[in-house]
Every structure is written in structure tokens, then in C-alpha cells.
Design a protein around this ligand. Structure first.
Ligand code: ADP
Ligand code: MG
Length: 681
């Protein structure tokens, strides 16, 4: 198997450079990777239906004889229409295909085939449109359907896979040692690869799937553990003095009890335990996680160690920097900002000061984890909005010091089993209380026909001194109409509906410093209305904003909508979230209903997991884990099984260096090389 990861697709017969390029688009770079490119669905051809039983609208597999040669006709617009008629012992139907010149060459008059497709019945009788087919001699099967790309259809992919399977050696060395396969009822790898692509039965498919899912999660599990290995049994940076009470006097507000508890947890970790702190601070948007982190940073800095606070976006890092600057203005804490967009000379200065120990607290983006950044004595690493970071990035930040304490902050609750994999033995503090005087955001769903009224409402809020956001989804090139782009939208608003109101626009192509200026100006109330794509999603704090309008709300994941909504309702004003959508399908309706019915982020994450709509938590790699080829993070049973096997393997072999785990180790390296990182900004 390992050698197949080096074998290019072009080694397959009939697959040249052009097709190999298309495979690249699907993320398939070698024959080995092709074997790991599992079908996204299957057509079950094992249950064959008689022609007399076919119903309008149903999808069937029939076994029939080609009763006429295939005739091609050129119709309107140069389209080719291929027609034929087939029969079995109970009746006959017509078959049609569009624009497929090869049909007539592939089907032989009088030959017996399986045809699979959807039936429509009209006045002329039943017909199957664009059926797929295979000769009966091949035997009925469950046919794989692959994810495709323009120019590469599922059939091509399955042909390539068929050839690749033949390249597998007689006995494939299995990454999972035999004793564990037996113990946990897992079939061997070669069998699994055959059956996941071309299963002979439902049962064979299920067995193959179980084996491959379990392996993938096992590999992930072991990989995550070995990454954490380094912090086990070592002692952390020893903090002597608790300065959290002193820090509290710097705050312009009183901490909530939940915030106090979280701070106390952290202080206990860093002052009393021998091992480094490893703590997740989980609290809904607006629950005040920043103050908790700031307090712990303050204590660590006061004890003579450096603290680093990493945020996922430039905007957020800068905003945190401003907040900290104000808080720490009258203290001796030396504060700095390090992000990708600051001037090179400034970056150089900050980096030099960091490595000389002349900075106590640094706030930044992933610029903090590049090789160029060195610390003098990093004692605490904080990652904000943890789900936006890859595990590798978190590890990298930790590697900047000698066993520094770690705090990760997240608004997104994670199911326990998955949390175990991501964080292992992480301790958790939950901030289950919002600061007082917050009024819950009122959320409604509206259609685009209501837009005028909505604008009227925004204007009335602005007249009362408030500010508003309008968020449009990010649009990819060549996407369909009916979706609103931020720039066009804003241009139209400025010209027409809001000509007398200062409007700003932020979108994906806005330059970082420009974005920065606009956000700062918006925070300073120089603009009343901000039109944006989801760049404002994470953490930005403008307490005066009271209206959040989300266009094409159906295009956002629930957790994302919740994050966006969290941008308002941060001050003492009643705030509103208006979800605009014209989609009427049941899933969308249900998702938006959930948003309107609760402000509880935990409930929403739960629903998100259940419904799994577009851009959801698990779908969009919002967890920092490597992308899975077949496993599903919502599949608790498999997660638990893999956990158990991982325990068993480590118990048996002590660690991964044992030669019998050589292949498993290689798989771990491969999975993590695929990347567990989210793109930032
Ligand atoms: P999040 O948990 O989403 O990161 P933030 O830390 O950004 O939330 O806090 C949201 C807002 O609430 C900020 O404006 C912050 O100053 C304010 N805040 C935090 N804690 C309190 C508190 N105990 N009382 C009043 N306001 C608070
Ligand atoms: Mg925050």
C-alpha cells in the first residue's frame, strides 16, 4: 500500500495528464489516494424490479434486453437525443439519454443489461431518463457514486478505482495488527477496499465501512495522543503569586460569578499543580471570556513570565490589543501586538523584544507561531476562538516555551467524545452566565419582500443612536443569482435607501489595514451601518450595535448564525436579529425556527449537530481536526470504539515505536500531513 501513494494516476491505463489534473482537483494525487477516495453514495442494483411494477417517480434497477438498436437524433440546439427500447418478461419501456454520443457504441442490440434510473410515466407509457447500465454478465452489484468535478464523471472514477484495486499486492500489509482486527471484528484492509468501492452486498459494504471508519478514527486518536505526549509528566511553569484580585480592580465592571469561578480554576492550576495547566474556557458569545483570559495573563506576567494571546483574525487580535491596552494602561505590564499586517520594522522590533524578555504580554495572530517568533520565557499560551485553530497550530504555540500553561477559549460546545479526542485530558471551566443587564436578542425570520420594512426599522434604530450590521454570505465566483454580494448590496443601499446615513463595507477582498480602519471607525460610531461578509463573525465587540440583519440566512450554519447574532446585544440596549430567507424547504425552515426560538448556544450547537445543514460545525472543519475521508465526527459509537482500541493498542505496545505499529504510524503521519488547519482571515 505505501508504494501506491507514490504511484501517479497517469500510470493507470486511459488516464493521462489531463485527467490526472482533474483528480488533483478532487484531492487525489496518487493511486493510493484514489483507493482512499471513497464513494459518497451507492446505487443498489441488487434488488431488480419487474417492468410491470414500475411506478411513476420511483428509482429502480431493471434487468432487460435491448429490443431496438440505440438511435441518435440531433434535436433543437444541437443536442443529441439517444433512444432505445428494452423489455423483460413482463413488459417494455423506453430509455432516453441526452448528449451522450457513446451510448450507441456501448449497448448492443439484443444484449441483456441492468439499467438503473428514475421512471417517469406519461401518455406514451413509462420511460427511464439517462439510466446507468451494466452488462448482466458482470452480475448485479451495489454501484459506487463518487464525488465528481467538471470533466470527470463518476463512471471514470470507478474505472480508475477498478484498475487501482488490481495493483494491490497479493497480501496487503494491514496497519491494524491482526489480533486487534479479530478482537474488534474488523475485516482486513484489502477486503475493506474492495467492498467499499464495489460491494457485493449491503452487509459487505457495512463491514467495509466499519473497518475503514474505525481505522481512520483510530489513527486520529493515536495521532492526537502522541501530540500531547510531550506535556505528560513534565512540570509546568511555577506561578507563585495570585494577582487576580488586583486585576479585578482594573476592570470597568464587576466580574460575574461564572467568570470568577473560571479565573479561580485557572489560578489554582498555575499555582498549585505541578503539571502545566491544560484548560478549556467554554462560554457562550458575550459571556466575557476575554476578561477571564486577561486576568490569568496578568497574573502570569506579574510573576515574571511571558504570556501570549492568539486570536484567529487580524481584526480580533487588534481589538483585544486595544482592550488590553486600556485595562493595563496604569500598570507596568509591557504589552505588544504581533500580526501579519503590521509593518516589517515593527514586527522585527516586537520579535526582538519578545526574545529578550522585554515584552510581558503579546497579542497576535498566527504571526505568533511562525519560526521567526521566539520567546524569552513563555509561561502561558492562550488561544481565543479555539475552534478556528488547527491542533497543530495550538501545539506550535505551546512549543514556543518550556511546558507553558495552556488556556483555550471557545464559544462552541463540543460533544464529549469528540472533546476527548481533541483535548484529551483537558479540564473545562464553563461560563454559564451572561453579564447582568444584557437583554436577550430578539430574533425573527423574514422574506426578501419585507426588506423595505426592515430598512425602515434599521433607520429608526439608527435615529435612536444605535448602529446596525447587514451581513451577506461570501460568494464564490460563478455562483447563481439570488444571492447578494456585500459590495453590490452596499452600493445599492448607499445610493437608494440609506443615502443620508454613513455606510461602510467590509468583505473578503478588503485589505487588512482598510478592514481594520473601517472596523475601528464603526466601533467609534463613525458609521451607522456596516455591510459585511462573515469577516465580522468572530468576536468583534461594538456594544452600541443593536440590529443584525442576515441576508440569505439559509446559507449559514446554525453555529455561525449564532456567532453573528452574538455581535449585537452586547450593551444595555434591546437588540434584534433579522434572518432574511426566501427558502421554504423543511430543513431551512426548521433551522431558522431554532434560531428564533432560543439564544442558548449550547442548544443551537446540539441542533446543528443533529440537522447538519450547510456550513455546520462539523461540516466546515470548525474543529481544527484533519479532514476525514470517511469517518463522521457525529458518529459517537465509532468514536468510542476507536478510543477503546487506541487504549488497548497503547496498553499492549506501550507506545507507537513498536515495529508492529510501523504502518499505523505511517498512517498517522499521512493524516496529519493532510492538515488539521483552518485557513485564517
Ligand atoms: P466573549 O465571551 O464572547 O469573548 P467578551 O469577552 O468579548 O465576550 O465580552 C463581551 C462584552 O461584555 C465586552 O464588551 C466586555 O467588556 C463585556 N463584559 C465582560 N464581562 C463583563 C461583566 N462581568 N460585566 C459587564 N460587562 C462585561
Ligand atoms: Mg471572545
Amino acid at each position: 500500500m505505501p508504494s501506491l501513494y507514490k504511484k501517479p494516476i497517469t500510470d493507470l491505463k486511459g488516464f493521462g495528464a489531463k485527467r490526472a489534473e482533474l483528480f488533483e482537483k478532487l484531492g487525489v494525487h496518487s493511486v493510493g489516494e484514489l483507493l482512499n477516495f471513497y464513494p459518497r453514495a451507492y446505487e443498489d442494483w441488487t434488488s431488480v424490479e419487474k417492468i410491470e411494477n414500475l411506478q411513476d417517480g420511483g428509482t429502480y434497477c431493471i434487468k432487460a434486453v435491448l429490443g431496438t438498436p440505440v438511435s441518435d437524433a440531433r434535436v433543437r440546439g444541437g443536442m443529441i437525443l439517444s433512444k432505445a427500447s428494452v423489455y423483460d418478461e413482463t413488459g417494455a419501456i423506453r430509455l432516453v439519454w441526452f448528449n451522450n454520443r457513446y451510448i450507441s457504441q456501448m449497448l448492443v442490440y439484443g444484449g441483456k443489461y441492468f439499467f438503473f434510473g428514475k421512471i417517469t410515466i406519461d401518455n406514451y407509457g413509462a420511460q427511464m431518463v439517462s439510466p446507468t447500465f451494466a452488462s448482466v454478465a458482470k452480475g448485479a452489484m451495489i454501484h459506487p457514486i463518487y464525488r465528481t468535478t467538471a470533466g470527470l464523471v463518476s463512471k471514470h472514477i470507478s474505472m480508475a478505482v477498478e484498475q487501482s484495486l488490481k495493483l494491490l499486492p497479493e497480501t496487503v500489509n494491514d496497519p491494524i495488527p491482526g489480533q486487534f482486527r479479530q478482537k474488534y471484528g474488523l475485516c482486513d484492509l484489502k477486503q475493506a477496499l474492495y467492498d467499499i468501492h464495489f460491494p457485493k452486498s449491503r452487509e459487505a459494504l457495512e463491514n467495509a465501512r466499519k473497518r475503514l471508519v474505525t481505522e481512520e478514527l483510530l489513527v486520529l486518536n493515536l495521532g492526537m495522543r502522541s501530540m500531547k505526549e510531550h506535556s505528560r509528566g513534565v512540570s509546568g511553569v511555577q506561578i507563585i503569586t495570585d494577582c487576580s484580585a488586583e486585576f479585578e480592580t482594573l476592570l470597568p465592571f464587576k466580574l460575574t460569578n461564572a467568570q470568577k469561578r473560571a479565573i479561580a480554576d485557572c489560578i489554582a492550576d498555575v499555582t498549585q499543580k505541578r503539571a502545566p495547566m491544560n484548560r478549556l474556557i467554554q462560554g457562550d458569545v458575550g459571556s466575557g471570556k476575554t476578561a477571564v483570559a486577561a486576568s490569568v495573563c496578568y497574573t502570569v506576567a506579574k510573576n515574571g513570565f511571558q504570556a501570549a494571546f492568539m486570536a484567529p483574525t487580524e481584526i480580533l487580535a487588534r481589538q483585544h490589543f486595544e482592550t488590553f491596552k486600556k485595562l493595563l494602561a496604569n500598570t507596568d505590564i509591557r504589552l505588544a501586538l504581533l500580526t501579519g499586517s503590521i509593518k516589517d520594522s515593527e514586527k522585527k522590533r516586537v520579535r526582538a523584544a519578545l526574545s529578550e524578555g522585554e515584552i510581558d504580554l503579546v497579542i497576535g495572530t498566527h504571526a505568533l507561531i511562525t519560526d521567526k517568533t521566539e520567546f524569552y520565557n513563555l509561561g502561558l499560551a492562550v488561544t481565543d476562538e479555539q475552534h478556528r485553530f488547527g491542533v497543530a497550530q495550538r501545539a506550535k504555540l505551546l512549543g514556543k516555551g518550556e511546558n507553558p500553561h495552556l488556556m483555550v477559549m471557545s464559544a462552541t460546545p463540543i460533544p464529549r467524545t469528540l472533546g476527548l479526542i481533541i483535548f484529551g485530558d483537558l479540564d473545562i471551566s464553563v461560563i454559564d452566565e451572561l453579564p447582568p443587564s444584557r437583554k436577550p436578542v430578539k430574533t425573527v425570520q423574514r422574506g426578501s419582500a419585507d426588506r423595505k420594512k426592515i430598512y425602515q426599522f434599521i433607520k429608526s434604530e439608527i435615529a435612536a443612536g444605535r448602529q446596525a450590521y447587514i451581513v451577506c454570505p461570501l460568494i464564490e465566483e460563478g455562483e447563481l443569482d439570488g444571492v447578494v454580494s456585500a459590495e453590490e448590496y452596499a452600493a445599492e443601499l448607499m445610493l437608494r435607501d440609506f443615502s443620508d446615513i454613513p455606510v461602510a463595507v467590509v468583505h473578503g477582498k478588503t485589505k487588512p489595514d482598510e478592514k481594520e480602519r473601517i472596523m475601528a471607525d464603526f466601533a467609534a460610531n463613525k458609521y451607522s451601518l456596516l455591510v459585511a461578509t462573515t469577516v465580522i463573525e468572530v468576536g468583534v465587540d461594538v456594544p452600541n450595535a443593536s440590529v443584525m440583519v442576515i441576508e440569505n440566512a439559509e446559507r449559514f450554519g446554525l453555529s455561525q448564525l449564532h456567532q453573528l447574532r452574538g455581535r449585537v446585544g452586547r450593551g444595555r440596549f434591546q437588540s434584534y436579529c433579522i434572518l432574511i430567507s426566501d427558502m421554504r424547504n423543511p430543513l431551512t425552515t426548521e433551522r431558522l425556527r431554532v434560531m428564533c426560538s432560543t439564544n442558548d448556544g449550547f442548544k443551537i450547537a446540539d441542533e446543528d449537530l443533529k440537522m447538519r445543514g450547510p456550513g455546520d460545525f462539523f461540516g466546515e472543519r470548525q474543529h481544527g481536526l484533519p479532514q476525514m475521508a470517511i469517518a463522521d465526527f457525529a458518529d459517537t459509537k465509532s468514536l468510542e470504539l476507536s478510543q477503546k482500541i487506541a487504549d488497548d493498542i497503547l496498553f499492549t505496545y506501550k507506545d507507537l515505536r513498536n515495529d508492529e505499529l510501523r504502518l499505523l504510524k505511517a498512517e498517522i503521519d499521512r493524516l496529519f500531513a493532510r492538515g488539521g488547519q483552518n485557513t485564517m482571515n
